[in-house]
Design a protein around this ligand. Structure first.
Ligand SMILES: *[C@@H]1O[C@H](CO)[C@@H](O)[C@H](O)[C@H]1NC(C)=O
Length: 160
């Protein structure tokens, strides 16, 4: 009797494994969320990373802009997050974007700078299925006092 009752579970398990094998392609997307405490638009050597920030991975269809996939993740220690994304997304434009900061003093973002494109297709020429998204930063409400001097040093570095 007990065996009989277990059968549906076993059958369901087999089905699940079967489906998992059939759609084996998946991508791992990694990235990092920071607090742009100089309001510079890039990471500096005094950038802080934000744990507990909400980010969303979205794929939109090329033609009609319809959102095909949308998943959220929360950044962990040192601002790192990971998405596991099933299937190939050759027909879609995918990006990760900032949704919510846990820090009241660092929660602002600039339209179009709050997101990072990622290519989630095996036809992209990349050897494996690990993808790194550019780091995304919330702007601090007021830049730290050391920033003007720091940014001068960064500009000088860019000059050669
Ligand atoms: C960051 O870089 C600037 C300019 O190169 C340097 O003066 C400063 O000491 C550095 N700060 C830290 C915390 O490393």
């Amino acid at each position: 009797m007990a065996k009989l009752q277990l059968f549906p579970i076993f059958a369901a398990f087999c089905l699940f494994v079967g489906v998992a094998v059939a759609t084996d392609v998946h991508f791992e997307v990694q990235g990092r969320v920071y607090c742009d405490n100089c309001r510079a638009g890039f990471v500096t050597n005094i950038t802080e990373y934000i744990e507990g920030a909400v980010v969303r991975l979205e794929c939109k269809h090329f033609q009609n802009d319809a959102v095909e996939h949308s998943i959220e993740a929360v950044s962990g220690a040192d601002g790192y997050y990971t998405f596991i994304v099933p299937n190939d997304h050759e027909e879609e434009i995918c990006y990760v974007k900032l949704i919510k900061s846990p820090r009241a003093d660092c929660a602002e973002f600039v339209e179009n700078r709050e997101q990072a494109r990622i290519l989630l297709t095996e036809n992209s020429g990349q050897a494996n299925n690990l993808r790194y998204a550019n780091a995304l930063g919330f702007l601090k409400d007021v830049a730290l006092p050391v920033c003007p001097e720091l940014l001068k040093a960064y500009e000088a570095d860019d000059d050669f």
